[in-house]
Design a protein around this ligand. Structure first.
Ligand SMILES: C[S@@+](CC[C@H](N)C(=O)[O-])C[C@H]1O[C@@H](n2cnc3c(N)ncnc32)[C@H](O)[C@@H]1O
Length: 213
């Protein structure tokens, strides 16, 4: 579920890496510090990791390079193709999404994703939090980096600022997809039995770290 935006990634797969490198002015700030955001997710991860929405495989490559075992899930066939070129054909990338995915064959201690969780509606985010709690042991972690907002007003102001800058693609994106409010995420993961903390990475991106109690 949450696959309603997949068409965007069909068209985006081949040029995605140039966006995260900051070559598109509309998304430059969204992806400011991208490499260090991914490095921080890796630093906080355990040894056995489930990753959703691997895209072109940038985080996956860092996790593997740090000696982690990664069960990789990505719903877009085009993204899987680009990631396979980066990660090698021997590395398995599973077709699945944040809500519906193959069961990892071995126990996991961490669930990660970067710039993905906003594809779920708020109701789906809550459902996902309960689902992930069922996959993790006590002390297991969820580490999600994504665009998030401290309040609906800040979200709205950010859309208006993008319009004033002539960034209409970004403004439309911020209004169309389900970018979360931090308080909603906190409540959702606490309801599902997690201790939750957040850290801000740039004007858009935050890291949510939820530890199962
Ligand atoms: C903005 S890209 C992020 C890619 C990568 N995680 C990164 O940090 O560069 C979003 C990725 O999420 C995938 N995606 C879209 N909807 C999804 C869903 N419901 N579940 C899992 N992945 C999804 C897209 O195909 C795309 O690869």
């Amino acid at each position: 579920m949450g696959r309603e935006f997949l068409g965007i990634f069909t068209d985006w797969a081949d040029s995605y890496d140039s966006f995260v490198e900051g070559h598109d002015p509309e998304y430059k700030e969204v992806f400011t510090g991208y490499e260090s955001i991914l490095a921080e997710v890796v630093r906080r991860s355990g040894k056995h990791v489930l990753e959703f929405g691997i895209g072109t495989g940038n985080l996956t490559a860092l996790l593997l390079g740090a000696g982690k075992n990664v069960f990789a899930v990505e719903p877009s066939a085009q993204m899987r193709q680009v990631a396979a070129r980066k990660l090698g054909n021997g590395f398995a990338i599973h077709d699945g999404d944040l809500m519906s995915f193959p069961q990892p064959p071995k126990p996991i201690d961490t669930i990660v994703c970067t710039f993905v969780f906003h594809h779920l509606t708020d109701a789906e985010k809550q459902e996902a939090a309960f689902k992930y709690a069922g996959l993790l042991p006590t002390g297991g972690k969820i580490i999600f980096a994504d665009t998030m907002f401290l309040s609906p007003k800040i979200h709205q102001d950010t859309i208006e600022k993008a319009r004033c800058q002539g960034f209409h693609g970004l403004a439309d994106d911020l209004g169309r997809e389900y970018y979360p409010q931090i308080t909603y995420l906190k409540d959702s993961f606490e309801n599902a039995g997690f201790f939750v903390r957040f850290s801000q990475c740039n004007e858009f991106a935050w890291i949510l770290e939820a530890t199962k109690k």
